[in-house]
Design a protein. Sequence first.
Length: 606
Amino acid sequence: MKIETMICSAVIDGVKALYGQDVPEKMVQLQKTKREFEGNLTLVVFPLLKISKKKPEDTAEDLGRYLADNCGAVASYNVVKGFLNLVVAPGAWAGLLADIDADPHYGEKQPTADAPLVMIEYSSPNTNKPLHLGHVRNNLLGWSLAQIMQANGNRVVKTNIVNDRGIHICKSMLAWLKWGNGETPETSGKKGDHLIGDYYVAFDKHYREEVKELAAKYTAEGMAADEAEKKAKDEAPLIKEAHEMLVRWEQGDEEVRSLWRKMNGWVYAGFDETYKALGVGFDKIYYESDTYLRGKAKVEEGLAKGLFERHADGSVWADLTAEGLDQKLLLRSDGTSVYMTQDIGTAEMRFNDYPIDKMIYVVGNEQNYHFQVLSILLDRLGFKWGKELVHFSYGMVELPNGKMKSREGTVVDADDLIAEMIAQARRTSEELGKFDDISEAERGEIARIVGMGALKYFILKVDARKNMLFNPEESIDFNGNTGPFIQYTHARIRSILRKAEAEGLHIPAKLDTAAAKPNAKEVELIQKLNEYGAAVEQAGKDYSPSGIANYCYELTKEFNQFYHDYSILKEPDTARQQLRLVLARNVAKTIKNGMALLGIEVPERM
């Protein structure tokens, strides 16, 4: 049983015995004792004063005496104003360590068959370009959030919605037809998503040239500069051709559809490689080409029920003024859908596929208003989770030289970034001499694990709501608040345990709690291990991977301070050595489990 649970139960019994009244568990407030006071756990007695009808100090003294006499987990106590500081008995700490040791996933809750079903949408790429640094943050946040929600006892379905239709893909298709000469990923040696992205950039380059030429012509004819540019953008031959291709696509033209399927297939193969390298995946992928018509039908259904209104030009709108918002377009006057309509269609498909209890959208903060509106519309349309949908809104990834622009080809490509992080990890490891006596195959694998760990941790340790500046060099550091520092500590502990076995030391499968007498520093480590469950629970409530990253870093620092002050392998007292070996084993286990919630692997050696 957890120490907090034992003490809480004893406090409830004590209040009943001392004051003759039952107290609800929620009124028993236990917290970690502040460093300046003696003790491990502190009971806040103020909520109990209505029952005791005594001063805070007297109430604390009463309960302190009761706990010292009646709760085996409490060795002694002291009172500071309205706070009862409790010193936990060494045997209780040893028992807690044994409990932690016995559970491979201590602190995490395993989902049951009837647990709430949480669906998480992330990634949401367009099929006209490869994934970039912004997508990397999205995917890492989405994947980590899925692991955290599952560790809180939820069933989780990870989904992706691919924006595979619209003017953007028509631009790439048209450029490929005009200038591609039948080029394929195989003939070019490029990943399919990169190949298509190149044609998207090519379209924009030629389109801008056309706009510039037309705008100059219109200006020469006496048109104002801004009006000339606007007209040029609408009248440029390339954009007209792209729109004609989109119309043909929507009409089901087989020639256009066949090209669309082929080029999207190249992109998906490229995406899959990047997802695999990032260590993320999905249980179900939805495509906007399948959902946009469903969205239109759902809007028409809402219109018939009086939920929406049709304007004189034939467009359909939702009036949100009663909710303090404005009017929202759902169908254009020509009957074509907007993003909101497509999201409604996707929601219906998902709701039909899964009995969703909670829906979480991992989308950047520039879409805050969109999801505020979507929540209202889904609720109106009868989706039970609509009102409570969660927009996991995150900040942008910024670079020293400014924002990224896909159409101009100035993005930080995800594949290039991954390759560079792994290469940098290898260079750093070699410079520090960490690859001595390791085979070439193992060097490559460790470089991959460390490079990806550095990338993921650097991104996930930041509060998701904040914009962040990405610095690859800063992330690969074997000291400080970095992924490699935590990974190296795990590898160091595994090395200690291997040496212990090689030297014939006994690492007990089960700790002898009667012989174990943890000192103050060992108690701090056990207490920190026990806090993992609270960190997981809080990260689930806050939708906060950064909370897990922070916990892993604090645990790692705590262990390194302990290891600096105390020997494990050279400890002469057998019982204490065994306690420390079990303690080290569980620090490694908890680091591994915590980092796994961030999608980060930890190596056995470095």
